[in-house]
Design a protein around this ligand. Structure first.
Ligand code: FES
Length: 175
């Protein structure tokens, strides 16, 4: 019984509050000066990734890494022509990919192993498979390697236009 009354009082208070709020909004609208209503600044849900030319298809040799940076100069990466079609691969052979070379564990710079087409970390020895979208195959890291999304235009120019994981040390890939 006691609880029921409390609930009822609470409901009445809520409704009264709602009416007061509605009245306040109406009064504010009437008192308005006729100026255009202010709009709240909304933040973009997705960042705008830059489109950056990395190289031309003609610059690439199978299994020879080419140093790049993306999405800015402080983010080193590697561009690779792997020789066989792979996940995320672009170009006529579907074999051109690009990755960050900053280890997702603690940011050490990694090197490419031509024998098994992995990127290898000298810090704590994590390894990432470049033929499998940068999948971690061994080590301390708890994240796969960021793979850059690529596009090839009609002249063979290769552009990076995004990344599928967060680059080491960043709260947002685009700073
Ligand atoms: Fe690469 Fe630790 S920094 S495994």
């Amino acid at each position: 019984m006691k609880c029921g009354k409390l609930v009822d009082v609470g409901r009445r208070s809520f409704l009264r509050g709602g009416l007061m709020t509605g009245a306040g909004v109406a009064a504010a609208a009437v008192a308005g000066t006729g100026a255009a209503p202010a709009h709240a600044q909304t933040s973009l849900a997705r960042v705008q990734n830059p489109s950056t030319r990395l190289a031309n298809l003609a610059d690439l040799v199978v299994n020879e890494p080419l140093d790049i940076t993306y999405p800015d100069e402080d983010s080193p990466g590697v561009l690779l022509k792997l020789g066989t079609p792979v996940q995320g691969g672009v170009g006529p052979d579907g074999d051109v990919v690009a990755f960050s070379v900053m280890c997702p564990h603690k940011g050490w710079l990694m090197s490419y192993n031509t024998a098994d087409k992995t990127l290898n970390c000298p810090g704590h020895f994590s390894r990432f498979d470049c033929e499998a979208g940068g999948q971690q195959v061994w080590g301390h890291a708890t994240q796969n390697l960021p793979q850059f999304q690529l596009r090839v235009d009609e002249t063979g120019d290769i552009f990076a236009e995004g990344a599928d994981e967060l680059i080491y040390g960043r709260l947002s890939n685009v700073l």
